[in-house]
Ligand binder design. Structure first.
Ligand SMILES: [Zn+2]
Ligand SMILES: [Zn+2]
Length: 333
């Protein structure tokens, strides 16, 4: 793919634009059918999981009620802890570990799994410091007002701190819906951010890192943070009128997943980060999270011809994919 280097700065192929509306209709149809199928098979699909969950459901209900009585009359505080402190603590614990590897290159066991070999070895300390400042700004200045605003909106549907926890089945259904909504909102807002005007003014910042690391998941212009990072994740719980427990789990999961997709290591037994890593490398491919919409809009066609695509699998062993599927030494094109 050496010839690709010159086209790195191109944002869109003009001929893709004509297909966009047709593809969007197709997308709506396929997502709609997918949702119908999901509902149709929901009971049988979740029956086993619900059984597995079984008695521990009562355990969690009891824990939640204990928490509620501790925070009686201060549900708002409980809400703020649930939507900010818990997800952020998990984010920084995970990123702390990744940063230790990024800055020291140790343990070697982990750095062997680096996707873009030779990049960030070691990571530029000054660039990292600047980036972390932006991440903290987004996390502690931009996000909180949005999350404060989310509370009364959620209350329109039902109290997020209500006594009854959602069932495990309901929680799984919520996760499926949250994921679909995030995919749609993230894909289109992200593609819009690649429009030359928005790209220059807003999204370029996030792309300063062509070989991303974990914390870069939240390294973005404030407008991008609102539109592309926060809203796609917040809309799901509003649509579903979710319980605080679901929201906390979802926000935490979303932060962990986005960290993994930016971390720069294709680690065993974790979701593959190849897709978004390739987006950072090439700019005009792989805009989504799951890749469904990229498939439908044809924004992953170049990606599909690469070694990165062959490596875009769940690694179920300990041999790094850069070793088992090495880059071709030369391409005869
Ligand atoms: Zn990114
Ligand atoms: Zn982008």
């Amino acid at each position: 793919m050496k010839g690709e280097a010159g086209s790195m700065q191109r944002h869109e192929k003009p001929k893709q634009e004509g297909h966009t509306w047709g593809s969007m209709r197709r997308t709506a149809f396929i997502l709609g059918s997918g949702l119908l199928l999901l509902v149709a098979f929901w009971n049988s699909a979740t029956w086993h999981l619900q059984r597995f969950w079984g008695a521990s459901g009562y355990f969690w209900q009891a824990q939640w009620e204990r928490l509620l009585s501790t925070f009686e009359g201060k549900e708002w505080t409980l809400y703020i802890i649930g939507v900010t402190q818990v997800p952020n603590l998990l984010f920084w614990s995970f990123n702390g570990l990744l940063l230790a590897v990024d800055t020291t290159g140790k343990p070697h066991f982990i750095s062997r799994y680096r996707i873009q070999v030779g990049k960030n070895e070691p990571v530029d300390a000054e660039k990292l410091r600047q980036s972390i400042r932006t991440v903290l700004f987004n996390q502690w200045v931009i996000s909180p007002p949005m999350l404060v605003l989310l509370y009364p909106i959620l209350k329109l549907w039902g109290d997020p701190c209500r006594r009854e926890l959602p069932t495990f089945r309901w929680f799984l259904l919520e996760l499926a819906v949250f994921t679909l909504i995030e995919e749609v909102l993230f894909y289109y807002s992200h593609r819009l951010l690649h429009h030359p005007t928005f790209y220059r003014k807003i999204h370029k910042k996030h792309h300063e890192w062509t070989a991303p690391i974990g914390v870069i998941s939240l390294y973005a212009h404030p407008i991008e943070h609102v539109v592309s990072n926060m809203l796609p994740v917040m809309v799901g719980p509003i649509v579903m009128g979710s319980h605080l427990s679901s929201i906390t789990m979802w926000f935490s999961l979303a932060l962990i997943i986005t960290t993994i997709s930016h971390c720069g290591y294709h680690l065993p037994f974790l979701p593959s980060p190849e897709f978004h890593d390739y987006h950072h490398l090439k700019f005009n491919q792989c805009y989504g999270v799951l890749g469904v919409l990229d498939h439908l809009h044809g924004t992953d066609t170049v990606f599909k011809q690469t070694k990165a695509y062959e490596r875009h699998i769940l690694l179920l062993g300990f041999t790094p994919l850069s070793e088992s599927i090495p880059d071709a030494p030369k391409k005869t094109e």
